[in-house]
Write a protein that binds this ligand. Structure first.
Ligand SMILES: [Fe+2]
Length: 281
């Protein structure tokens, strides 16, 4: 199937136009998967997918998983969650709560965090509500050699909510807490098996400390690496259009949402699928 591919920034992201995912064959799916792993973020414009079509398209890239915050899931499709401008912290205060509004990678407190997250935009505000991305693979490549050698053998401790997190996350139900023990160890420099490229795998909302380091030494290294990752050189800011299918590689990309539009006047609604991942190495 013919289509056009165009880079979205130097460090991260590619845009695909001229394709209908409902008609894509396996060969096209494999080509799109290559674009995805090579660019970290893949945006396919102008799609109009129902629930089953969205799931079928996601399977070109991996295996959809049942999302654990069931209060946001589609009733008959637990692999599809909804992100809306009216979401609330239903297990907590019940107040409106927009998820994802600081830099993070999804669910790094899992032993096997999701490989990728895929969103399909149904309603977007005329301005604002962008999603920002940054390549932690490009950030790793740009490190001095001695820093790479220092961090390559290190592991970090991931919790649901780090004491270092810049924002308070939604409250979990008792069952959700029980299913996910705290203190999961993941490499600081993670190798992406699809590209064999390393990336800094530090999640600002979940990483508590460097395993084996004292607090001061750990905080200093985490602060330095986080500041390095946030360099605008590694970033791309996505302005949503209705019909976009956007996916990112949670192994080598950080992302953040922006709740900067008038949500009382303008709604925002996206469907979300997450793909099964491997244990980070
Ligand atoms: Fe997220």
């Amino acid at each position: 199937m013919a289509y056009q591919a165009q880079k979205l920034s130097d460090a991260v992201g590619v845009e695909i136009t001229g394709i209908d995912l409902r008609e894509a064959d396996a060969e096209t799916g494999a080509a799109l998967h290559r674009h995805f792993v090579e660019n970290g973020v893949l945006c396919i414009r102008d799609q109009s997918l129902d629930l089953d079509e969205f799931l079928a398209a996601a399977r070109f890239f991996g295996e959809p998983i049942v999302q654990i915050y069931g209060q946001f899931n589609m009733p008959d499709h637990p692999e599809i969650g909804l992100l809306t401008s009216e979401d609330t912290d239903s297990a907590g205060t019940g107040e409106r709560k927009i998820r994802g509004t600081s830099w993070h990678t999804d669910a790094s407190y899992f032993e096997q965090p999701p490989k990728a997250t895929i969103l399909h935009a149904l309603i977007v505000p005329p301005d604002g509500g962008d999603t920002q991305f940054l390549s932690t693979a490009a950030a790793y490549d740009a490190l001095p050699e001695e820093t790479k050698q220092r961090i390559d053998p290190l592991k970090a401790v991931h919790n649901y909510q780090s004491s270092r997190s810049p924002r308070k996350l939604i409250k979990r139900s008792a069952d959700q807490v029980d299913r996910f023990p705290e203190g999961i160890l993941h490499p600081v420099a993670r190798r992406n098996p699809d590209t064999d490229r390393r990336a800094i795998y530090l999640n600002p909302i979940r990483v508590e400390c460097i395993d084996g380091y004292g607090r001061a030494e750990s905080d200093a290294l985490l602060d330095d690496l986080t500041a390095h990752c946030l360099n605008p050189t590694f970033q791309y800011r996505h302005k949503w259009r209705v019909g976009d299918v956007v996916m990112w590689d949670n192994r080598s990309v950080l992302h953040q949402a922006n709740d900067d539009y008038d949500w009382r006047r303008h709604k925002r609604r996206l469907m979300r699928i997450m793909l099964e991942g491997e244990r980070p190495v």
